[in-house]
Write a protein that binds this ligand. Structure first.
Ligand SMILES: [Zn+2]
Length: 141
């Protein structure tokens, strides 16, 4: 697990490389993104950023997320039910379980699944560039 400073530093660098100024409003958003462990949507990120700086606009949140996604440091997820959700890209890949009753998103990583996917792609003459796996689940009673 990387240190929080690394996430912030990667996003700050990405904004500069994306040609965007790192304003105090954007710094508030980066802090919120760095601390988020729950894949929030843009409205929720906006709400949290406003707690730190009430001049952060929703437009700034959207624009900044777009640049961060384009630069590859933030992932946009389109889980079934609900709009886009965001997370800072983790250098170590993980997949997601979506609890369809609570909406909770649980991260997991399984080396057997990773290897099996690699084998399937290889058998078909491909190498995986990236992948996403979402399991829609209900908690066992
Ligand atoms: Zn995740």
């Amino acid at each position: 697990m990387k240190k929080p400073q690394d996430k912030t530093a990667r996003m700050t660098k990405a904004l500069r490389e994306g040609g965007v100024r790192v304003t105090r409003q954007r710094e508030a958003l980066l802090k919120v993104l760095t601390e988020a462990a729950d894949h929030p949507d843009a409205a929720e990120l906006h709400r949290r950023a406003q707690v730190l700086d009430d001049t952060v606009s929703l437009a700034t949140v959207y624009r900044t997320l777009t640049v961060l996604e384009r630069e590859g440091v933030v992932h946009r997820h389109s889980f079934e039910s609900g709009g886009a959700r965001f997370e800072v890209a983790d250098p170590v890949h993980h997949d997601h379980i979506v609890d369809i009753d609570t909406g909770h998103i649980i991260e997991f990583r399984n080396d057997k699944i990773e290897e099996l996917q690699r084998l399937i792609a290889a058998e078909m003459g491909y190498e995986i560039v990236h992948h996403r796996l979402e399991l829609y689940c209900r908690k066992l009673a």
